[in-house]
Design a protein around this ligand. Structure first.
Ligand SMILES: C[S@@+](CC[C@H](N)C(=O)[O-])C[C@H]1O[C@@H](n2cnc3c(N)ncnc32)[C@H](O)[C@@H]1O
Length: 380
């Protein structure tokens, strides 16, 4: 394998040389013998910051590829007592071994196993699951591998099922009846959380979302894992359904499964999606801890972006779902209002990292519609 040395965060890494694996001047990381995607640096930067606040003693980087995550957690998050790396690909394992050595990681163990079978043999403080596509096949085993009080994180790049485009796939992987809504970017992450909550309940455990976000073409969610059937029952109570009226644009999160007409305008043209997580996506106390030590990560290339994301997550956390202004305006046959104007008119409202055209608010729907009409008078 032709390799190239790069640096990411504080890690020196040998990765497949993209020049060697190009096809017609194009390069996709999946064409190389071992996967390394520079577009995921932001995901890894945020993860380093979050894992630092978790301060786990033992970590498993379940689907390691080059080993970049486990190595960065060790070098940048906290010197953990034990870092385990795993990949089913022998090429990946060979590269992980070299990268572990280059970075002087002590206490590393490198496995060449199927992730699920390995996870059923482990108990660690932090499990990282960063697969190709959907993390669904690894949820049960990763929850099982996490010590009580420990944490687990998932990346999901299978946006089609999660955002309701590939509906059958969503039902197969997440047991959720999904379809496209105007705020599907947020629905997607709530589908993923719902799956993790339900799989945890099977094991008489529960998960609390610590940090959940969307970026670029993926979701990333960190959970605290707790024990107890009663806690699992309580978490299941926070599952429900989203309804969205295709005529007037009204939406809500509800525990009712059978909603056949819009509570606002009475139209029967209503979409229902669920079961989805209707609870909080962020644990504010934990987020406060993450933010309080953010300055030590000033060396990250994406430092400002990480800070902005965390601030945005804090501001968004008190609102469920968002209004996409294009969708709302089209339902009422109006021009799209300026976002700033809508925010000023509503007062209690914020933008959302899920969608540039989205606003979150707890104001009554009548007030949202009133602002839709009047917000043109605000300065853009
Ligand atoms: C998306 S890549 C991981 C990327 C890496 N975490 C990073 O941040 O660069 C997924 C990796 O999982 C490995 N993999 C896929 N299925 C697996 C399985 N069932 N058990 C173990 N490894 C698996 C693949 O060989 C691949 O290297």
């Amino acid at each position: 394998m032709k390799l190239k040395e790069i640096t990411e965060g504080k890690a020196r890494l040998l990765v497949p040389d993209p020049e060697e694996y190009k096809k017609e001047e194009k390069y996709d990381p999946s064409w190389a013998p071992v996967f390394y995607n520079p577009r995921m640096v932001f995901n890894r930067d945020v993860s380093v910051v979050v894992v630092s606040a978790l301060s786990p003693k033992s970590i498993v980087d379940t689907l390691s590829a080059t080993g970049v995550r486990g190595i960065r957690y060790y070098l940048e998050s906290s010197k953990t007592e034990e870092v385990l790396f795993n990949d089913k690909s022998p090429n990946a394992v060979e590269l992980i071994r070299r990268n572990v050595e280059v970075n002087g990681i002590e206490n590393a163990k490198v496995y060449n196993r199927d992730a699920n079978s390995l996870l059923y043999e482990l108990k660690v403080d932090y499990v990282d699951v960063d697969p190709f596509g959907s993390p669904a096949p690894f949820v049960l085993s990763s929850i099982n591998a996490t010590k009580r009080g420990g944490s687990v994180a998932y990346t999901a790049t299978d946006l089609s099922p999660l955002e309701g485009k590939a509906r059958r796939s969503c039902l197969r992987k997440y047991y959720v009846h999904n379809q496209r809504l105007s705020f599907s970017k947020e629905v997607g992450i709530r589908v993923l959380v719902s799956k993790v909550v339900r799989d945890s309940a099977v094991l008489e455990r529960t998960v609390v979302p610590l940090i959940s976000f969307y970026s670029d073409y993926y979701y990333r969610v960190f959970f605290r894992v707790l024990g107890g059937a009663r806690r699992a029952d309580n978490a299941l109570e926070e599952l429900g359904y989203f309804i969205e009226c295709q005529d007037c644009g009204y939406h809500e999160g509800t525990r009712e499964k059978c909603v056949d007409k819009c509570p606002y305008c009475g139209s029967k043209n209503v979409k229902v999606v669920g079961p989805v997580w209707l609870g909080k996506l962020v644990d504010e106390e934990f987020l406060g801890k993450v933010m309080s030590s953010i300055d030590k990560f000033e060396y990250l290339t994406s430092f400002q972006m990480v800070k902005e994301l965390l601030t945005s997550l804090r501001d968004e956390n008190r609102f469920l779902a968002y209004y996409n202004l294009d969708f709302l305006a089209s339902r009422h046959k109006m021009n799209v209002p300026p976002t700033r104007g809508m925010l000023e008119c509503l007062g209690e409202a914020t933008r959302t990292h899920f969608d540039k055209k989205g606003i979150k608010t707890n104001k009554k729907y009548e007030e949202v519609l009133e602002c839709l009409k009047t917000s043109f008078s605000y300065n853009r």
